[in-house]
Design a protein around this ligand. Structure first.
Ligand SMILES: [Zn+2]
Length: 287
């Protein structure tokens, strides 16, 4: 994995989120787990060479951030905001998270097939939260501090992890760095408020949920793309375009690639982003 600071290791080159770990004088803290089994097992092994894993923190409930928890069973306690805990690996009308994780195996991790649990085995103990909090939570682990900040918007339980001694914040999907933003069920209004909160942090590094490591400039870039999406769909409605016309004509596909390994999702992202904003605006809701 890439070493970002003396204590932080992260991986931005895999399909899935950017899983990371932080070493302390009293063990290791993992932040998000690899979706692909081979890499989850390898990351656990690597992290454990730095000490015992004390905590696994997830930044959100989306499958690409949590599926790998299964391979961290027995490695410390899993810490979840209540919004993550309540939605953990829950099937929704849009997505069956287990099926989505399984579908990645032939193309992205064929060697992981043997490690992939069948559905019953998986759901018997997927390694969800054993410490569940609301609001913010601070963990002091050895000589490092972990401020878990409730930063809703992309998802209801969205959690940013600020490690002041390393001048770093892990934002999860509050930041999509140089790649497509997934809106779907997001609350865009809350998301913009969250960006304003994070903008106040005194940090050098922003570890995004997807895409390359970035800096605090990412907060403005992410706000701009959210506002552009809203404006484009609001304009479509003002022009009298139907839902179908809006989905066909409003696209940001040219702007960024999809994060690694998910290029095939481009059309899905554009369609769901446009349709979710259209549905909320036409229902008279703030998106
Ligand atoms: Zn994600």
């Amino acid at each position: 994995m890439e070493q970002l600071t003396p204590r932080i290791f992260t991986e931005t080159q895999l399909r899935g989120c950017n899983p990371s770990y932080v070493t302390t004088s009293d063990g290791v803290v993992v932040i998000d787990t690899p979706q692909l089994p081979t890499y989850a097992v390898a990351m656990r092994q690597e992290a454990e060479t730095h000490g015992v894993i004390r905590y696994v923190i997830n930044t959100e409930h989306h499958v690409d951030h949590i599926f790998g928890n299964y391979f961290f069973k027995g490695a410390g306690q899993v810490v979840h905001h209540q919004g993550i805990y309540e939605n953990f690996m829950k099937v929704t009308p849009d997505l069956d998270p287990y099926a989505y994780a399984l579908e990645a195996i032939p193309t992205d991790d064929p060697e992981g097939a043997g490690l992939f649990p069948d559905k019953e085995e998986y759901y018997a103990d997927p390694n969800s939260g054993s410490i569940v909090f609301t609001g913010d939570l601070t963990l002091r682990v050895g000589d490092r501090t972990f401020h878990l900040l409730h930063t809703p918007g992309h998802t209801p339980g969205q959690t940013a992890v600020h490690v002041p001694e390393e001048r770093t914040v892990f934002t999860g999907d509050t930041i999509f760095s140089e790649c497509q933003t997934w809106l779907m069920t997001s609350n865009v209004t809350q998301w913009i408020d969250t960006l304003d909160r994070l903008r106040g942090l005194d940090v050098d590094y922003v570890v995004p949920g997807h895409g390359p490591i970035t800096t605090t400039s990412a907060f403005d870039a992410q706000r701009a793309i959210l506002i552009e999406w809203e404006a484009a769909v609001a304009s479509a409605i003002s022009l009298g375009w139907s839902r179908e016309e809006t989905i066909d004509r409003v696209t940001f596909a040219e702007r960024f690639p999809v994060d690694i390994g998910q290029g095939h999702m481009m059309h899905y992202i554009q369609t769901l982003n446009a349709s979710s904003l259209y549905d909320k605006f036409t229902a008279g809701q703030r998106p």
